[in-house]
Each structure stands twice: as C-alpha cells, then as structure tokens.
Design a protein around this ligand. Structure first.
Ligand code: MRU
Length: 344
C-alpha cells in the first residue's frame, strides 16, 4: 500500500501529493515549522494523514528542544502546538492528534527528557498504527452495505494517500471490489485541487478497479443514470449531531443523491468526530487563496483580479446521511444520540 508519510532517522518524509500522479518526489522535514508548511501547502492532505503528520511534527519539535538542552514539556511546546494547529482549520484530526501528543507528554513529568521523547515517538507511531487498523475495520463494515452489481460514486481522495492505511471511503470501495460486490467507481474530479482526478484515479488504476472520471458538473447526470447505488465519501470534521464537513462539493452530492434515491455514506474514524462542536454551523470552514480558482496548472483561466469565493469544505446536514461508518460499526441516520453512543 502507498504511504504518504514515512518517519525515519528523526525525519518526516512527505510524499509531495501536489505533483502526483506524474512525479513522485519526497520532501524531508526535520522540524515542526516544515511540517506545518507541508500541511498548509497541501503536500500532505486528507484529514487522517494530516493528523499523523501533525503528531510527528510535534515529536520533531520535542526532539529539537531536547537536542538544544531546553526542557521538553507541554508548556515549552505550546508554540509548536499552535503553529501546527493553525496549518489547516477544518480537519479535526489535526488538533485531535496534537492533543493526544500533549496528553501523553503531560503524564511523563517524572521522566528525563530523552525518555519523554522516546515515549512521544511511541505515541506518534500508535496514532499512525491505530489509523491503519481503523481503516481496515471501517472498510469491512462499509463494504457489507454495498449492493452487488451497482456502481458507487466518490469525491476527493480518501485512500492510502489521505490516511495511514487503505483509506476511509476508498477503503470501503477497495473491500467492496475485493468481495465482488462492485461494478465500478464514478470519481468526481474535485476542483480546484483535483484530488479525484489526480489521486483517486491513480490509486484505482494501481488496484485495477474499474472507474470513470467525471467533471464535477456532471454529477447530477451521473446520479440520474440509475447506475449508482451509493455515494461514498470521507469527512474532515463531524459535529456532535452528525453534520459532516468534507471536501467542497460533498453537500451538493448529498442533495443530488437524496433527489435521485441514491444512498449516501460517510466513512470516517472517530478521530474525525468533534464532540465539542454541537452542529455544522460551528465548524470553521477553511477559505483558500483566490488563485487556486483563477489559475489552472500555472496558467490564468480567469481575469487576474476576478473576485473569488474558495471554501475548501462544505457541510452536509445529518438528515442527508444514510450511514456513518466508523471503526466501531455503522450508524444509520446519524444523530446526536447515535454519535454519543459511538463513544460508550
Ligand atoms: O483538502 P483535502 O484534500 O485535505 O480534503 C480532503 C477531504 O476532504 C477528504 O475527503 C477527507 O479529509 C477525508 S480523507 C480520508
């Protein structure tokens, strides 16, 4: 399985996803500032992968302090925490992973700095391993819902490049294909970063899973065709009532799916659920630079000063979600009560 991140010899290697599928280049980070930058600039993306990267970024910050003889403590690392947390505001996995690293460190005050850094290394590796395991469990739960002989539709990239394992929504698609339940996958191109066209199409090609790539604007006619049984997507932040923020365009797909009688599945680990966020209105939506819309592959495609709105995510209300698949099972028609039960 492809890996977007490799931690070795005190460095984080990051596969530069902006260049895929045509060039495979790795960036090398040895401090937290570099990790914050690769997250902000989209070299690594996808909520769970961002969380894993942030955990290693925190570790690199701790290691830097240890090497320069400064104390390794939650207080001395508060700047590192803030810098990483601010890199991208919507994916809750980022702060979730940082909070886990901070909580682990808080419990180590009786140990020396070298041992603390060793324990933080184990914590970051656990976050990575647990995400991989959660992917496998979600994939099985979700694949069991997919009807034989139909197509599914997915958006953005939720595969190995976006996680520490085989993916969330794409993990479900992989298992459904392996079980012989799928005809194929409709993949939305996902403007403006084209995660569907560049990354999901690449992963499906490698697994020899049949797919058809479509322009985002063709979603309504694809869903009207009657071939699609499920729309299957990931999540960046799920509120306590099940409202779900995911890549821009997801909400439109959910509305279209309901209109055409197609079911809508969100696949995400519990680390993507923000129980402090009561509903979708309180989810901060990242606004990205205007030139991502005005320009394409380095060329201007709109007037240079065209006013732009470029939200990176939108919120799908819980009422449009038929199934929320997590590592602990499937929640049909997610609501506040069901989400709370996932943590019991
Ligand atoms: O802007 P991106 O590429 O980080 O957005 C990614 C998504 O919206 C994914 O659907 C989400 O993070 C889930 S990835 C398993």
């Amino acid at each position: 399985m492809l890996k977007p991140l490799i931690y070795k010899t005190n460095k984080l290697l990051v596969l530069d996803q902006r260049l895929l599928p045509h060039r495979e280049e790795w960036l090398c980070c040895s401090d937290a500032t570099c990790v914050a930058k690769v997250i902000r600039d989209m070299a690594v993306r996808g909520a769970p992968a961002i969380g894993v990267a942030a955990a290693y970024g925190y570790l690199l910050g701790a290691r830097r302090r240890q090497e320069s003889g400064e104390p390794v403590s939650v207080d001395s690392l508060s700047g590192v925490y803030d810098e990483l947390a601010a890199a991208r505001p919507t994916a809750v996995n980022l702060v979730w992973a940082l909070d886990r690293m901070g909580a682990a460190l808080a419990g180590l005050s009786h140990l020396d700095d070298e041992t603390r850094v060793a324990r933080l290394t184990e914590e970051a590796q656990s976050i990575e391993r647990e995400d991989l395991e959660a992917n496998l469990r979600m994939s099985q739960h979700g694949a069991a819902l997919v009807d034989r002989g139909r197509w599914v539709l997915t958006h953005c990239n939720t595969g190995a490049l976006a996680t520490a394992g085989q993916g969330t929504a794409l993990g479900v698609i992989r298992d459904a294909w392996a079980a012989g339940r799928l005809e194929g996958v409709y993949v939305g191109e996902t403007r403006p970063w084209l995660q569907g066209a560049r990354l999901t199409a690449w992963e499906l090609t490698q697994d020899e899973i049949p797919y058809r790539l479509f322009c985002d604007g063709a979603a309504a006619s694809v869903l009207a065709s009657g071939r699609v049984g499920w729309v299957i997507v990931g999540a960046d932040r799920i509120a306590a009532n099940g409202d779900t923020a995911n890549k821009i365009g997801t909400y439109g797909l959910a509305v279209l799916a309901r209109h055409h009688g197609v079911r809508f599945m969100v696949v995400a680990p519990r680390s993507s659920i923000d129980r402090d966020c009561p509903d979708g209105r309180s989810i901060a939506i990242e606004q990205r630079p205007a030139d991502e819309v005005r320009r394409f592959a380095g060329h201007a495609i709109a007037p240079g000063d065209a006013p732009v709105e470029n939200p990176a995510f939108d919120v799908t209300p819980n009422g449009l979600i038929d199934a929320l698949v997590t590592e602990v099972g499937v929640l049909h028609r997610p609501d506040r009560y069901g989400i709370a039960q996932l943590f019991e």
